[in-house]
Design a protein around this ligand. Structure first.
Ligand code: 2PG
Ligand code: MG
Length: 439
């Protein structure tokens, strides 16, 4: 039966993401005239098991065009959801999955499906005259501003492989509020720029997520630079600012030999040596969170890593790819204690939400994450607040596709005023006093 909140039309078009590559954009209109629009983000260091990002191939945009995915929205996905009630997000997402018919959305593309899924939620929130963070929240749950992880130094696939590990991030554990956390992160970036300038390193070149991308002799040199940057900002490493790293080990893993290659240092490491090296970094620097310390296909080594690095937040990104089955296995085998959640790794809002809940029920911490290829959309910020993920990672404090998310969070904090609850340091699994993000 048609209601005022049923989907009356939708259309998609090809837009550009922050790397200048094509992506899918979609606008959904409801019978009452409410609209919602969303664009799909895109990763560079993608996990082996992610849902498929459909690209056209051929000559256009070097094969990266998204016209097929756009056509799939306008055709197959439109037919699947037209007339459905936008307030029934699980029903919408089931219909989108059924239209594709494959587990990894290989037929129509996760970029196509996600744009419809998110645009529908935004239209439904508009129809209910609610901010998106309230609309996506479970009933009775209150908004929670997340602890940000802020990219300061980039490497790997995001910075021309200037170092092998991908992200070095500041976690403002001394902050009392979200806005306080952003200011502390800003100070760390500035301190790190001053420190890098002083050492004659290039600070003008900015990586994909807005981080600095200086050419350094080793990963350890990057950790030293960040530690010095924190001090130069007048802050105490560990007390005011802790460090998170995304090793993104898939990027330098050779499945044929089972070894890891630090290209910059011209070293090959077996998994045990890599874990030893990371454990040493943790003794020398205030590291509280390590993402993808090993490759997604190196499951047994993850079990040893979890034992060796038991007091650190061990975060699975490529490892879990926001997939409930992989997370179930990870919980059973205790390979990590936190999950990175990226909606486009799975393709629908409902599936991403249920992975957050599954993780929380298992006592895992949750970090909602943007991609290295982003857009000016800010819905990710609302999902973090409404779902109470406790932590969020969206890149640096600069570049508009990054600040779109920070600015949305700053606005939500300001709107909530005295009622704004900030997750604080205990959202990080290794600093937790209670299960992270407990509603
Ligand atoms: C990651 C993300 C974001 P990408 O690895 O965590 O930093 O990168 O989107 O390239 O997968
Ligand atoms: Mg990652």
């Amino acid at each position: 039966m048609t209601s005022s909140t049923s989907i009356s039309s939708l259309f998609a078009w090809e837009a550009l993401d922050s790397r200048g590559n094509p992506t899918v954009a979609c606008e959904v209109t409801l019978a009452d005239g409410s609209t919602g629009a969303a664009m799909a983000p895109s990763g560079a260091s993608t996990g082996t098991y992610e849902a498929l990002e459909l690209r056209d191939g051929g000559d256009r945009f070097d094969g990266k065009g998204t016209r097929k995915a756009v056509a799939n929205v306008n055709d197959h996905l439109a037919r699947a959801v037209l007339g459905l009630d936008a307030l029934d997000q699980p029903g919408i997402d089931r219909a989108l999955r059924a239209a594709d018919g494959t587990a990894g959305l290989h037929r129509l593309g996760a970029n196509a499906v996600l744009s419809v899924s998110i645009a529908t939620a935004i239209a439904a929130a508009a129809s209910r005259r609610m901010p998106l963070y309230r609309y996506v929240a479970e009933s009775g749950s209150t908004p929670l501003l997340p602890m940000p992880m802020v990219n300061i130094i980039s490497g790997g696939a995001h910075a021309g492989r200037s170092i092998d590990i991908q992200d070095l991030l500041a976690v403002p554990v001394g902050a009392q509020s979200f806005s306080d956390a952003i200011e502390l992160a800003w100070r760390v970036r500035r301190g790190t720029v001053l420190e890098a300038d002083n050492r004659g390193l290039n600070t003008a070149l900015i990586a994909d997520e807005g981080g600095l991308g200086p050419v350094l002799p080793s990963n350890r040199a990057a950790l030293e630079l960040l530690d010095a940057g924190i001090r130069r900002a007048g802050l105490m490493p560990g007390e005011d600012i802790a460090i998170a790293i995304d090793v993104a080990a898939n990027q330098f893993y050779d499945p044929a030999t089972g070894r890891y290659r630090f290209g910059v240092e011209a070293r090959d490491l077996d998994p045990t040596t890599l874990i030893d090296e990371v454990a040493q970094w943790c003794r020398d620097f205030p590291i509280v969170s390590i993402e993808d310390v090993l490759a997604d296909q190196d499951w047994d080594s993850w079990i040893s890593a979890a034992q060796r690095l038991a007091d650190i937040q061990l975060l699975g990104d490529d490892l879990f790819v926001t997939d409930s089955a992989r997370l179930t296995r990870g919980i059973e085998d205790r390979v990590a204690n936190a999950v990175l959640v990226k909606p486009n790794q799975t393709g629908t809002l409902s599936d991403a939400h249920s992975v957050v809940n599954q993780a929380r029920d298992a006592g895992f911490a949750t970090v909602l994450s943007a991609r290295s290829g982003e857009t000016e959309d800010s819905w990710l910020a609302d999902l973090a607040v409404g779902w109470r993920t406790g932590q969020i990672k969206v890149g640096s404090t600069m570049r508009s596709e990054r600040t779109a998310k920070w600015n949305r969070l700053l606005r939500i904090e300001a709107e909530l005023g005295g009622a704004a609850e900030f997750a604080g340091r205990s959202a990080v699994a290794s600093l937790s006093t209670s299960p992270a993000g407990t509603p």
